[in-house]
Design a protein around this ligand. Structure first.
Ligand SMILES: O=C(O)CCC(=O)C(=O)O
Ligand SMILES: [Fe+2]
Length: 375
């Protein structure tokens, strides 16, 4: 999920007898997002955030934190272990789960904590006239640094209970003073650390596919980096709302840091499984484009974030892809070295930007983007 224009979709909730667009605009005009609503003392969920009846409650049984077994726990991989064992664990997690957590990754705990604190500080600062939030409030695709409440506020059927600071850090990094001063140092440092971890993971994923370690980097899968700094305030009626609608990530790979609150769930064997916060760990997930070029060797899996009436939740999602400015002109299809008579290509080749355009034309909440590229 990254910021992008997309086509409006009609939904039953939209035809309710109220001026939804006016309410969305009124929210935008505050420049302070969901956090601003909570700070103003609301006790009920505004209707723009209400899930339609049809999606109230989980459609599938949920495996919650504390009830997991080995079969329902997202794998945790210690990257400091022996190489062959790590490569095998990555192969099996990326193929079976599409998600895993990593420890022993070499990123200093202080950099992780500083980034989460900086993001929390940004979101908890007041909005309104003259604030950093007002200066940065935008959904303009060309802007590399921006803040908004829901990148798809005017297109999605249900507003998500979430605000986001968006940073496009590569291939063209922003100027230092484009970032809010309070989080500049922490987020530049974090971006560099996660870029290095990305390189380590792409090496491991290449090896897991039986390719030379630099293969995925050589084809520029990690050339672009977008960092989304999410903030999920406490929700007064969490069962009626959603933090992030179900979706798969469009790019090649995502590295996610979540704080201790929890709420991220992934769809595994038709059940929602909690990704239990693991102190010091990163969550890693395969995006649609890596599923496509691995010819289904790895899986891009749907996930969502449930709303809670708990302390605010911070997460920092770093996406690796190539459609960011300047957009790549490279074609991506199933990697030739993986194909054989037993492994025929399952997808057609595409420019990343064409894939992304299609992904957003469908919208979050619909898992058909990648299947439309199947041969
Ligand atoms: O906040 C989270 O844990 C997940 C966010 C997410 O899925 C995304 O930004 O694509
Ligand atoms: Fe995601």
């Amino acid at each position: 999920m990254q910021s992008q224009e997309r086509t409006p979709r009609r939904h039953p909730a939209m035809s309710a007898a109220y001026d939804r667009t006016a309410e969305l605009r009124a929210l935008d005009a505050t420049f302070s997002g969901v956090r601003g609503l909570v700070a103003s003392g609301i006790t009920h969920l505004p209707r723009i955030f209400r899930l339609p009846e049809a999606v109230h409650g989980p459609p599938e049984p949920t495996v919650s934190a504390g009830q997991e077994t080995a079969a329902t726990t997202v794998p945790v991989i210690d990257l400091s272990g022996d190489r062959a064992g790590v490569v095998a664990a990555v192969r099996s997690a990326a193929a079976e789960w599409g998600f895993f957590q990593v420890t022993g990754h070499g990123v200093p705990l202080e950099s992780m904590a500083a980034a989460v604190d900086a993001v929390r500080g940004f979101h908890e600062a007041p909005g309104g006239e003259g604030s950093d939030k007002a200066r940065l409030y935008s959904r303009e695709p060309a802007r590399a640094v921006k803040y908004h409440c829901n990148f798809d506020l005017y297109q999605s059927p249900v507003a998500n209970w979430r605000d986001t600071l968006y940073l496009r850090m590569a291939p063209d990094p922003p100027r230092a003073d484009d970032l809010p001063e309070s989080c500049r140092d922490a987020l530049f440092e974090y971006s560099q650390q996660v870029k290095n971890l990305g390189r380590t993971l792409f090496d491991l994923l290449s090896e897991s596919l039986g390719l030379k370690p630099s293969y995925l980097t050589d084809i520029e899968c990690n050339q672009g980096q977008i960092i989304l700094c999410h903030y999920y305030p406490p929700c007064p009626e969490p069962q009626l709302a959603i933090g992030t609608s179900r979706h798969s990530d469009s790019g090649f790979l995502t590295i996610l840091l979540q704080d201790q609150i929890g709420g991220l769930q992934i769809l595994h064997k038709d059940r929602w499984v909690d990704v239990t916060p693991t102190p010091g760990a990163f969550i890693v997930n395969i995006g649609d484009l890596l599923q496509l070029i691995s010819n289904d060797g790895f899986r891009s899996v749907e996930h969502r974030v449930v709303a809670k009436n708990a302390a605010p939740r911070v997460s920092i999602a770093c996406f690796f892809s190539t459609h960011f400015h300047p957009a790549s002109t490279r074609m991506y299809g199933p990697i030739k070295e993986l194909l054989s008579d037993e492994n025929l290509p399952l997808y057609r080749e595409t420019l990343v930007r064409d894939y992304i355009k299609h992904y957003y034309s469908i919208g979050l909440d619909a898992k058909t983007a990648i299947s439309d590229f199947r041969l």
